[in-house]
Write a protein that binds this ligand. Structure first.
Ligand code: FES
Ligand SMILES: [Fe+2]
Length: 342
């Protein structure tokens, strides 16, 4: 294992919890980006993510803080803080402390996940977190799918960018996931902070097939480095979300979610269909675990020894990734072209 040379403080949307981990009235303690944080849900259902320490005398609000309507009360001296992190009540004074503010983070809640916008320069969000249904613009919704199946691997020694690079890495599918032939990419669009990668892939048949004859594939949308959503076609209907969030300078929490499509028509045995879907979801998760096994022991190679067929994809994704490193520690994508093996 090796500490990633890439910054562990990239900009973007990152998952910090699942929605059902933070019910109404709950205060949830967590650590991301080397900061102690809390997420709490008000009576009206609004989730706030903020720094964990009370600006009065520094109590950790995740240990005994309580939700009162739309505000959070500190367990130490009862000061109350609103969803903007402003102090709204000191119970033994006439006036709140208007000057002090607890840092809050922009929050998006979708696909049963809580995402925060992280930016060390405190810039406003400059793209949207992708939605595993709406972002594909095909009219699909959660109702068309069985409930989300999940994987959670906390504290792995890896960087979010490893996961995204997997998306241009056609050569790993055969070795890590056992595909009979190499997939081919049909779209690499890395112009904007939200990028698109489509590829033709099959998990079936033998190595005598030609990829040109294959009628199945995956479309992926990368919302920055933190969240990627995929949609499959021509195979069992599935959608996935991978969400990798840095915890500290060495480790990240890995979350992966899969949705399997419900049968389009009435089926004779709905329970059997559900069990089959669950098994298929478990198989998709197993494949993601195969990647985790590599990532969590990998040393990030920069510049890598690329084959010429890999040059374009890796150059595109590493250049794109630079957008998310305000501190400039994004590696040296420009060196790639010079060092590729021919
Ligand atoms: S430390 Fe929070 S109210 Fe005093
Ligand atoms: Fe993979």
């Amino acid at each position: 294992m090796a500490k990633p040379p890439l910054s562990m403080k990239p900009t973007g949307w990152f998952q910090v919890a699942w929605s059902d981990e933070v019910g109404v009235g709950d205060v949830h303690a967590m650590k991301y980006f080397d900061q102690e944080l809390i997420a709490w849900r008000s009576e009206s259902g609004q989730v706030t993510v903020m720094d964990a320490y009370c600006e009065h005398l520094g109590a950790h609000l995740g240990y005994g803080g309580t939700v009162h309507g739309e505000v959070l009360q500190c367990p130490f001296h009862g000061w109350q803080w609103n969803q903007q992190g402003r102090n709204v009540c000191i119970p033994y004074e006439n006036r709140p402390n208007r000057g002090r503010r607890i840092k809050t983070y922009p929050v998006t809640e979708r696909n049963a996940s809580i995402y925060i916008w992280h930016d060390i320069d405190d810039r406003e969000p400059f793209f949207d977190a992708p939605d595993v249904f709406a972002s594909f613009g095909d009219g699909s919704s959660e109702a068309d799918y069985y409930p989300q199946q999940r994987l959670f691997e906390p504290g792995r020694e890896m960087h979010p960018q490893y996961v995204l690079e997997n998306g241009v890495d056609f050569a790993h599918f055969k070795y890590v996931h056992g595909t009979p032939i190499n997939p081919i990419f049909t779209r690499h669009d890395f112009d904007d902070p939200v990028s698109y990668v489509d590829f033709t892939i099959t998990f079936e048949g033998d190595d005598g097939q030609r990829i040109e004859d294959i009628n199945s594939g995956v479309e992926a949308i990368n919302g920055g480095l933190g969240i990627a959503v995929t949609k499959s076609w021509g195979m069992i209907d599935n959608r996935t979300i991978s969400a990798i969030t840095p915890v500290d300078e060495r480790t990240s929490d890995i979350r992966f979610m899969v949705y399997i499509g419900r049968p389009k028509a009435q089926v004779r045995n709905p329970e059997r269909a559900r069990v089959k879907a669950e098994e298929f979801g478990a198989e998709v998760i197993r494949q993601f675990r195969q990647d985790i096994h590599i990532w969590s022991h990998q040393r990030y190679s920069d510049p890598p020894a690329l084959a010429s067929s890999e040059l374009e994809g890796f150059t595109a994704i590493r250049n794109w990734a630079l957008k998310f490193y305000p501190d400039g520690k994004g590696g040296s994508a420009a060196d790639l072209a010079a060092r590729a093996t021919h």
